[in-house]
Design a binder for this molecule. Sequence first.
Ligand code: NAD
Length: 368
Amino acid sequence: MASFKLLLLPGDGIGTEVMDEVSRLVDWANGTGVIKIETESDLVGGCAYDDHGEAISESAMALAHAAHAVMLGAVGGPKWDGVPYEKRPEAGLLRLRKDLELFANLRPAICYPALAEASSLKRELVEGLDIMIVRELTGGVYFGEPKEITDLGDGQKLAVDTQIYQTYEIERIAHVAFDLARKRGNLVHSAEKRNVMKTGVLWNEVVTQVHSENYADVNLEHILADNCAMQLVRAPKQFDVIVTDNLFGDVLSDEAAMATGSLGMLPSASLGAMDSEGRRPAMYEPVHGSAPDIAGHGKANPIATIASFAMCLRYSFDQGDLADKIESAIATVLEQGLRTGDIAQEGCKLVGTRQMGDAIVAAVQRSN
Ligand code: NAD
């Protein structure tokens, strides 16, 4: 039986509440007899700062390196607004991403039919939507140097950000996108601005080369990033996998997400490079934050975090069947009319975090 180590970092606020529900799904997965997942837990974010003065400890980092995957809840909250910048809760998250070299951010935008009315787009445009946005996470304009504001001395200032990409950075993210497409709808759209940006020209060239050398069986379309933004609201179902740089990915993934409804529904994965033994560092987390306004009330929607665990089963533990079962269970409870406050609808039953978890656990158990 395949055996894996999973590090749970619930973090702050609703992070702990939603992670409790993931633990119950880990127990279910272990009970299926097809996989053995050993979990350990540690602190990250504000709670880690309170405990030992850093947003993540060296021992927690060592556990993260040793684990096959990390599940993170959320970090932050007003309690830590005044802590020094380098010790703020988000520093724990950034250190994990940086030290594990998580360069590929996967953001699915899935619209469950039962929630199609919650989208700002028409039902027929979004019902059954299933897109994967693959965003380059560690390069591009957010990290390029120089990055500065210079005082020109004549009442004017000059601000510079540098958009910068090397071949290897584009190659490795392209591989992630094509590999994913093979397991999905076999179509990749590569979005850049080759008409006005040199990085766009290189992006286009490298993606084309990776495709022709390794993935001729996958369909590849090149699309200008601005047109991609337009097509996402005009006809989103034309997309399967979209691969793009850090800046465009930031914008396009939020845009696609909103087609699907609430923050409480959005999972994500961040992946690093595969080593010689076929192991890839990976971190799975909901897109939402620690929601201090509802923390401690048992109201948080656990679906984003549970769906992140489903991604972990699929991409880190190679258990697509178990992931499918969790995703079907989520669809089932939504069909049954159960809703947390963030996705509340008239005529539906309002439930809390634990009740939503109960219903999803019951639905996966029925699928055994
Ligand atoms: P947020 O995502 O925490 O909350 C935004 C709104 O959405 C709130 O009204 C909240 O109640 C609601 N919401 C979010 N997740 C929900 C869920 N699962 N169920 C029901 N409702 C949900 O964003 P924010 O309010 O801007 O930030 C709060 C704190 O979280 C800040 O300290 C911020 O820095 C931090 N944050 C952390 C992460 C992360 O850990 N990855 C991401 C974003 C924000």
